[in-house]
Structure formats: structure tokens, C-alpha cells
Design a binder for this molecule. Structure first.
Ligand code: GDP
Length: 483
């Protein structure tokens, strides 16, 4: 037997753009008369019954702690609690930093989303401007060359909210959200707390069902379900997917975002796949490669999931001053620090812990480890650091010259150059560039202006040069003196 479950929806967006107001409005306006008498409980999510009857389900569950911190926390090992996201943007203020962060998070989670332009009741609201801003951030909405649904609402007056709920149901039909009630329960922990009832764990099931007396596990923590309580404080006998509920029965607090299932799973002791791969890295190979392309800032990146890692990598790929030496999933460990030492890299972590020995080793070896919990901050800082790195590199360049001609004199290859910046001296170590690519390094072993041997050439002077070793230099290449 296969049943349809309601979509689990999360709301993301910049602070003050109206996330809480929207959640409150939807909840209040969808309580039935009977329910509105009851006292609503905050259990991390709530479920509504919409008035639409032409879809496979009329139910929608909203995670009621908006924002991307919780969103990220609620992703357990790549599995998302949320089936769908709402990206809420103030139609007056437009795209703001946390809007961009939210886009990263949604893309990393690979879930569909709806762009919700809020505060449409304000006269200064300008939805078209926001759509244009979104376009610049790679979010192409319907009517602007893309497929991402967009809707205009007012969380204050309620304008457009019914249409938004219907749009959620339409998208859910396409997602085909189903479950087997006879399967063992599989769910996510969305909130944990301790109150006078003891340890209280809020859960949303994605498959199976759960009834009183069942045994469930969260990692290696076990619980016999003593009570199931819904968001109206009502005790239930049995629950099915997408309806949020609290359970009593755990002795210790499990982790938010962890999975609830019918069998124990010791996730924490499982080595991650990438860590195993990291051991296979050939240090020598990386070393020579790094030497060759020293122009770039070498980074080692560790993130909590494949999705986030891809998002970070994709965003950094636009920065040509960065070179990713190693990327992986899981905690920052000792082998990362060893690799950083050898490759002179900085270690970047996103929502991952640092192993204690790794932290100690990094301190001894003076390796920089930076960890972040907000993607936007990570990208901004890396871009800044790489800029500084670039400037520092530029400062170390004493002079630059362009190759204008080459001759063969007494069997020796001589290059005609013009100095375009600074000065160049006999004996200098030089880097040869063709466009952005460095061809290699060589030493200046002969320098003369016309037929006179000199020790130095300055800006705008022309000279003849001989390099050793002789590289495959051609007209148009640029040499940079780094000593
Ligand atoms: P959050 O930080 O994203 O949760 O934003 P809030 O829901 O707290 O809203 C921030 C402010 O915007 C509050 O003062 C709300 O009353 C106001 N606000 C939210 N939605 C609307 C709307 O549709 N129209 C207007 N005029 N104000 C709104």
C-alpha cells in the first residue's frame, strides 16, 4: 500500500523579510474552529489542512523555525527534512546578504523552491526589480527565462497566501511524495528539549508509521515510545508521515537533525568515504603541482555534505586566484593538516568539527584553520584573503618585461624584451607567463642593451636576454622577476 504524504516546507530568507509573520498568518488562518479552541504548542513544526480538495493531499507541514541555520542542521547525512523551500524576499528591500546565503543553502540541498515576494501591500514594493536582482544570482524565475515559480504576497494582509498554498500543493504533486504505512518508521528529529515531562523529542516521519510502545533509535540511543503528542497538545495512538509530533521515551537528548529509525545506527563511528580517500593522496604530486602554479592560494576544503561542498566549489571556481588542493566531507583531521603543511594551504571547514589532534598539530605547525557556519561569510572571506594573497604576490614582483623578438646569436637563443614595470637585474629568477598561465621559472644569465653588457634594465628600456634553463618562450610572453 502506498499513500501520499503532505509536503514538508521550510522558509528561508533575510532577517525582517517576513518569515515569522508568514508562518503566523498561515497557522492562524488555517486552524479549524474546533482546533482554535485548543492551545497550540510550539513543537518545531505545524501541519495545516488547506481547503483544496483537487490534489492528492490537502495537508502541508511547515517547519516553524525559519532561517538557514536550522535548515542546515535539519539535513542529516544529505537527507532533507524539507521537501520544498520558500525563499522569502521583501519586495521593497530586495535581495540582501542572507537571501544570497539562503539561495546557496537551497541549491546545496537540491530541493525545489518558490520565490515569495512579500510586503506587496507597500507602495514602494518593486517585484520586477527583485526578479532582476535574482537573475544576477542565477535564480531565473518564471516569466524571466526560468522555471522557478514566483508569487507576490503580503504576510500582513494575507494577499496571495491562498495562491501560495495551492502552488505548494501543485509542486508537491510533481514531487510524488509517498510512503508505505507498513514500513518501519523513518523520520527526522526537528527539535529536542527537556521539560517537566522529561526528554521531549519532536519528529517528522518520512516513511512508515509509529505507534505507542514502539521501539525507536536515534544513532545508538534507544527509546520506547511512551507518548505521542501533536502540535495541539493532543495525545495520539499512531502517527503517519509529515505530521509533526513529540515523543516521550528517550532518556538522553538526541541530536537535532539526526534520523529516527527502528534499528540502531552508529553513524558517528563510521569513517566518511572522503577521509578514506584523503589517505590515498600522493603528496609529491600535489607538491610539484603547487610549485608550478604558485600564483594561486591553495585551499583544503572540508564540508558537512556533498551538496554544500559542490556549492562552495562552484562559487570558488570563478576565482582564478584559488586552487583547491583537496576537498572532502567530514571533520578536519590530522591528514588534512599534514597536507596543508606540505602544500602551504589554508584549511577551510564548513559546518564540520576539528579533531582534537588536528587542532594541536595545526597549532604546532602554524597551519591556519578557519571554520564557518554561513556559506556567504566563507565565500566573502576567502575571496578577500585571495585578493590579499594576490596583492602580496604582486608586491614581490620586482619587474616585468614583455618578449618582443627572438634571435639566434652564436647558437644561443637571445630574446629581445622591453621592461614594462619596475626593473630587472642580471641573475634574477624569473617566472614566464603566457596569459594567465605560468610556463615555468628560469634564471637570467645574460643581459645587454644593444652590444653592451649591463647589470640592470629599467622601465621602458629594451634589452637582449638569455635564460637558463631555456624554456619554450615566444613573442608576447611576459617575464616577471621575483628576486
Ligand atoms: P523575519 O525576521 O523574516 O521573521 O521577519 P518578521 O516576520 O519578523 O517581519 C519583520 C517586519 O516586517 C515586522 O515588523 C512585520 O510586521 C513586517 N512585515 C512582515 N510581512 C509584512 C508584509 O507583508 N507587509 C508589511 N507591510 N509588513 C510586513
Amino acid at each position: 500500500m502506498t499513500n501520499t504524504r503532505g509536503p514538508v516546507v521550510t522558509i528561508l530568507g533575510h532577517v525582517d523579510h517576513g518569515k515569522t509573520t508568514l508562518l503566523d498568518y498561515i497557522r492562524k488562518s488555517n486552524l479549524t474552529d474546533k482546533e482554535s479552541g485548543g492551545i497550540t504548542q510550539k513543537i518545531g513544526a505545524y501541519e495545516i489542512n488547506t481547503n483544496f480538495s483537487s490534489y492528492r493531499t490537502n495537508k502541508i507541514t511547515f517547519i516553524d523555525t525559519p532561517g538557514h541555520e536550522v535548515f542546515t542542521q535539519l539535513r542529516s547525512r544529505g537527507a532533507n527534512v524539507a521537501d520544498l523551500a520558500l525563499l522569502i524576499i521583501d519586495a521593497k528591500d530586495g535581495v540582501m546578504p542572507q537571501t544570497i546565503e539562503s539561495i546557496f543553502h537551497i541549491k546545496a540541498a537540491k530541493i525545489p523552491f518558490i520565490v515569495v515576494l512579500n510586503k506587496i501591500d507597500l507602495t514602494e514594493a518593486d517585484p520586477e526589480r527583485v526578479k532582476l536582482q535574482l537573475q544576477k544570482h542565477g535564480v531565473l524565475v518564471e516569466g524571466r527565462g526560468g522555471k522557478i515559480p514566483v508569487i507576490e504576497i503580503s504576510a500582513k494582509t494575507g494577499q496571495g497566501i491562498n495562491e501560495l498554498l495551492e502552488l505548494i500543493l501543485i509542486l508537491s504533486e510533481e514531487l510524488n511524495l509517498t510512503y508505505q504505512p507498513n514500513n518501519p518508521p523513518l523520520g527526522h528529529i526537528i527539535e529536542v528539549k527537556k521539560d517537566k515531562r522529561g526528554v521531549v523529542v519532536s519528529v517528522i516521519l518520512k516513511d512508515g508509521s509509529l505507534k505507542l510502545g514502539d521501539i525507536v533509535y536515534c544513532l545508538d540511543k534507544k527509546a520506547k515510545v511512551k507518548a505521542i503528542i501533536n502540535d495541539l497538545g493532543k495525545n495520539l495512538e499512531k502517527v503517519y508521515p509529515s505530521t509533526p509530533f513529540e515523543i516521550l521515551g528517550f532518556d538522553e537528548l538526541p541530536k537535532v537533525g539526526a534520523l529516527i529509525q527502528s534499528k540502531p545506527l552508529n553513524q558517528e563511528k563510521k569513517p566518511t568515504k572522503i577521509d578514506a580517500d584523503a589517505k590515498k593522496v600522493d603528496f609529491n604530486q600535489i607538491f610539484t603541482q603547487e610549485e608550478k602554479e604558485k600564483k594561486e592560494l591553495p585551499l583544503i576544503i572540508k564540508a558537512e555534505s556533498q551538496g554544500t561542498l559542490e556549492t562552495i566549489e562552484q562559487s570558488l571556481s570563478k576565482n582564478k586566484h584559488i586552487k583547491i588542493i583537496l576537498k572532502g566531507i567530514g571533520e578536519i583531521n590530522k591528514s588534512d593538516v599534514f597536507l596543508a603543511k606540505i602544500t602551504k594551504s589554508i584549511i577551510i571547514g564548513f559546518a564540520v568539527p576539528i579533531a582534537k589532534e588536528a587542532e594541536e598539530l595545526a597549532r604546532q605547525e602554524k597551519i591556519i584553520i578557519k571554520t564557518y557556519h554561513v556559506i556567504y561569510e566563507l565565500l566573502e572571506e576567502i575571496n578577500e584573503v585571495s585578493q590579499l594573497w594576490q596583492e602580496k604576490k604582486e608586491k614581490n614582483i620586482k619587474g616585468e618585461a614583455k618578449i618582443l623578438a627572438n634571435f639566434l646569436i652564436n647558437g644561443e637563443k637571445v630574446y629581445g624584451i622591453k621592461v614594462i614595470r619596475g626593473k630587472i637585474n642580471l641573475g634574477d629568477l624569473v617566472e614566464i607567463y603566457r596569459g594567465e598561465t605560468m610556463l615555468g621559472k628560469s634564471r637570467l644569465v645574460s643581459l645587454q642593451i644593444r652590444s653592451k653588457k649591463v647589470l640592470e634594465v629599467k622601465k621602458d628600456q629594451e634589452a637582449g636576454m638569455i635564460f637558463s634553463p631555456r624554456l619554450d618562450i615566444t613573442i608576447g610572453d611576459v617575464i616577471k622577476s621575483i628576486s
